[in-house]
Structure formats: structure tokens, C-alpha cells
Write a protein that binds this ligand. Structure first.
Ligand code: ATP
Length: 247
């Protein structure tokens, strides 16, 4: 079975700051992998490298068996991304934005696909509104609709529910779960919300100072390390990684 994403020995430093320090991991089809870690752990740097917008210092990345360094355009055809720090251009309407991204990805039956996404993310009322006038939660939903426009095989989500109210965040999690379960896609998801991670992720990677310190099922990992909750485990890994016990 071809892995959706395969990362090996990835390294990236900014001057003397080592942001990503030799990490290796995979994302399998139908899997949602949570990339967790305290502020500055290297999550966004990792996502930007996988997206091909940042060059690593060393290491290899394969997207469905295609090496990013040598077959970039093929590799990223079936990749997409959403993050609060990357909103749609604000002077264009929602429909115009989705049309442009759809055409960039060469989406077939684009009008139908846009209609489906507007319904899926409860955005029909904003179809002809400029994106810059939408609330932050509405803009987040727009970014997610854009992220699914090309039916990606690899979906990268950097804190996708950060500005959403609890009910909308739950709907979005259900949408992304459905995406992962139905097709062949895999998802790499960063979040600081441990409740959400436990709810949505099949597997988590704990990153600290650019290294993966722990990996496992978010539902069983805390007990394996003598902790009651994922949040408790997260705080221990972030503050005192060496004290971690293996239960
Ligand atoms: P957060 O949870 O706060 O979003 P993160 O895990 O996404 O954090 P990164 O943004 O990947 O962390 O940053 C990793 C490290 O690299 C940090 O120490 C950060 O200060 C540093 N860093 C990130 N981008 C740059 C840059 N362009 N130039 C210099 N240093 C950078």
C-alpha cells in the first residue's frame, strides 16, 4: 500500500535555530495524524516543507511515492492546505476565490464542486460576499472549502479549528473525518486542543525542539505513560520530557 506521505530524516535550521531536527514519519491512506507540540516545536516549519514552499536542509519527502524534491508539480497536484494564517484574498468574493483555486488545480465540473463545498461548509449565504468581510470563523470555513476543492489525497491542516465556535468546530471535525474515511486521503493536522486531537486523530506525533519524542494512539498513549489525559501527557512532554515514564 503506497503511503500518502513519507518523511525521512528531515532537517531545517534558521541560522542557529534548529526548527526541525531529523524527523521521520508517515501518513497512511484514511489516516488522520496529529502533529502536536508546544509553540516553536517545528510544526509549521514541517508543514511548509511538505507543501514545498520551504526547502529543507536535508531529508526526503515522498507524496504517494513521488519525491517532492524531483517531482514537485506531480507530487503536489493532489495536496492541499488550510491554516488561519493563510486566508483567501479579501477583495474577491467567496465564489471568485473558489473558482480561481479550482482552475489552478484543474478541477473538472468546477461549478458543481463549488456548490457541494458551499453546502458542506454552510457557506451558501456568503457565495457573493467579499472574503475580507467575513468573520474569522467564516474565513476559516472558506479556507477548508478551498482545501478540499481538488479532492486532495494529502490534506495539511494547521490549527484548522482555531477560530471556530465549538459547534462549528465539531461539524468541521466531522467533515474532515468523513473526508479521511471515505476516500483514500490522509490528513496531517496540527492543533493545541487535546480534546479535539483525541476526538479526531488516529495517531499523534509529539514534537519538541524539532524532534519527535512520542508517537501513538491518542486514546491509549496517556495511560501507556502513566498519565490520565492527553493534556497531562502533553504538558509533561513539553516541560520535562526526560521524566516521562513508560507504563
Ligand atoms: P506554534 O505552535 O507557535 O505555531 P510551531 O511548532 O509551528 O509553533 P515553527 O513555526 O515551526 O513552530 O517554528 C519552529 C522554530 O523555528 C521556532 O523556534 C521559530 O522561532 C523558528 N522559526 C520559524 N520560522 C522562522 C523564520 N522564518 N526565521 C527564523 N526562525 C524561524
Amino acid at each position: 500500500m503506497t503511503k500518502i506521505l513519507s518523511v525521512s530524516a528531515l532537517k531545517k535550521a534558521y541560522g542557529s535555530t534548529v526548527a526541525v531536527d531529523g524527523i521521520s514519519f508517515d501518513v497512511n491512506p484514511n489516516e488522520i495524524v496529529g502533529l502536536l507540540g508546544p509553540n516553536g516545536a517545528g510544526k509549521t516549519t514541517t508543514i511548509n516543507i511538505v507543501l514545498g514552499v520551504l526547502e529543507p536542509d536535508s531529508g526526503r519527502i515522498f507524496i504517494q511515492g513521488l519525491e517532492l524534491a524531483t517531482r514537485r508539480s506531480e507530487a503536489i497536484t493532489h495536496t492541499n492546505f488550510a491554516a488561519v494564517y493563510a486566508p483567501m484574498p479579501g477583495n474577491l468574493t467567496l465564489f471568485q476565490n473558489l473558482s480561481i483555486f479550482g482552475r489552478l488545480y484543474g478541477v473538472k465540473g468546477l461549478s458543481k464542486r463549488i456548490d457541494e463545498l458551499l453546502k458542506q461548509f454552510n457557506l451558501l449565504a456568503f457565495r457573493d460576499k467579499k472574503c475580507g468581510l467575513l468573520s474569522s470563523g467564516e474565513q476559516t470555513r472558506v479556507s477548508l472549502a478551498k482545501a478540499l476543492i481538488n479532492l486532495p489525497h494529502l490534506l495539511l491542516l494547521d490549527e484548522p479549528t482555531a477560530s471556530l465556535d465549538p459547534a462549528t468546530a465539531r461539524e468541521v471535525r466531522a467533515n474532515i473525518r468523513e473526508f479521511a474515511v471515505q476516500g483514500m486521503g490522509g490528513v496531517l493536522w496540527t492543533s493545541h486542543n487535546m480534546y479535539e486531537v483525541e476526538d479526531v486523530c488516529d495517531r499523534v506525533l509529539f514534537l519538541s525542539h524539532g524532534k519527535i519524542l512520542l508517537e501513538g494512539n491518542p486514546k491509549t498513549l496517556p495511560a501507556e505513560h502513566g498519565k490520565k489525559t492527553l493534556e497531562e501527557l502533553f504538558i509533561t512532554v513539553a516541560r520535562e520530557p526526560l521524566t516521562l515514564e513508560k507504563g
